[in-house]
Design a protein around this ligand. Structure first.
Ligand code: SF4
Ligand code: SF4
Length: 344
């Protein structure tokens, strides 16, 4: 198996950045998030879960779509060109890799979102197997293996060594481009196999190891919708939207105009079903209060999305909502209260 030692990571990042703009987890101001690499970046491959998910690589928080220029009573429209930059995302964990597959179901379905599609096509994904899962992780509940995500290149950290394995033609192309830095190690496969077994065993002892969502129990939408538990659950939600912003699978957005006088920019930005003006229409808002908004988020994740997407839940068990909600609400708490879990 191919490998590179930690002391040569900076050389690897330099070379990768020449193949495409390199994004990877970088520590800044006490938290770790995906950022464009530059020499001396505080790369943080120890963080199992970044504060925000990497969905912004394909679906940016704010994105200009077009501009209107006013000259007298004439209006000229200029669409923003599609993103063509080649990118590389390094260090993506199995849960976040799985979230891209769910976002694909939304953005690559007809009518295809061309901005998302272009970014996705131009990116080569380098996965990084987890070695220290967090107490809030429960990716296994969705059939995700923390020791092996679906990426173009799979990497595994074992001590100071990073093992490297191309998994797709795109990954092979990238591997060829950095092959000068990689060395072959005959015992690599055995070391990686041992590390995978070890982390899977650790995961078995984590607090949410027994959690499983029941597809069968989620097939009673009317009963779940009418469940009395929503009232108690939603009582403390302050509608801050944090859970949707950090979630790798939440994908709602708004389209707005910024009027700068002669130029108007039309942009889209992340939105949240927890915000009071979400789905506000000329006839009023169909979700009249906090309970309705709170229920919508979880009905979508547990019932509506699977209903429309071959049974796939809109969650990958990354645990970010468990870590970030200021009042300790999260999908695990909701699923348990609704009784749609098994083996807990
Ligand atoms: S609902 Fe929570 S645990 Fe599930 S993917 Fe979103 S942030 Fe992660
Ligand atoms: S993070 Fe918590 S309080 Fe904020 S909107 Fe989500 S559930 Fe409500």
């Amino acid at each position: 198996m191919l490998k590179i030692n930690r002391e040569r990571f900076e050389e690897l990042f330099t070379l990768l950045d020449k193949q495409g703009r390199l994004y990877l987890p970088v520590a800044k101001d006490g938290k770790t998030d995906y950022a464009a690499w530059s020499a001396g970046s505080a790369v943080d491959l120890a963080a199992t879960v970044t504060a925000k998910s990497p969905k912004g690589l394909f679906f940016p928080q704010i994105e200009n779509l077009m501009e209107f220029t006013r000259t007298g009573n004439k209006l000229a429209l200029e669409a923003r060109p599609l993103p063509v930059e080649k990118t590389i995302a390094f260090g993506v964990r199995a849960c976040d890799l799985a979230s891209f597959k769910l976002l694909d179901k939304v953005f690559l379905k007809e009518p295809v979102d061309e901005y998302y599609a272009a970014r996705r096509a131009n990116c080569t994904l380098i996965g990084l197997a987890c070695s220290e899962p967090e107490e809030t992780c429960f990716c296994h509940a969705f059939g995700i293996d923390l020791a092996e995500g679906e990426a173009d290149v799979r990497t595994y950290q074992v001590g100071d060594e990073l093992f490297w394995e191309a998994a797709t033609p795109k990954g092979e192309e990238l591997t060829a481009a950095v092959s000068g830095l990689l060395t072959e190690e005959a015992s690599g496969a055995a070391k990686v196999a041992k590390a995978k077994t070890a982390v899977r065993e650790v995961f078995q002892k984590m607090p949410l190891a027994g959690l499983k969502l029941s597809a069968e129990k989620c097939k009673a939408p009317n009963e779940i919708f009418a469940d009395k538990a929503w009232e108690e659950l939603s009582k403390t939600c302050i509608g801050c939207g944090t859970c949707t912003y950090v979630c790798p699978t939440c994908h709602c957005y708004d389209v707005r105009d910024h009027d700068g006088g002669e130029r108007v920019e039309r942009y889209r930005c992340w939105d949240s079903c927890l915000f009071s003006d979400f789905t506000n229409m000329s006839g009023g808002n169909p979700r009249t209060g906090r309970l309705e908004r709170f229920r919508q988020r979880y009905m979508h994740k547990l019932i509506y999305f699977p209903d429309n997407n071959e049974g796939d839940f809109a969650c990958v068990g990354c645990g970010r909502c468990l870590q970030k909600c200021p009042v300790s609400l999260n999908i695990v708490k909701v699923a348990r209260a609704l009784g749609v879990t098994e083996n807990v």
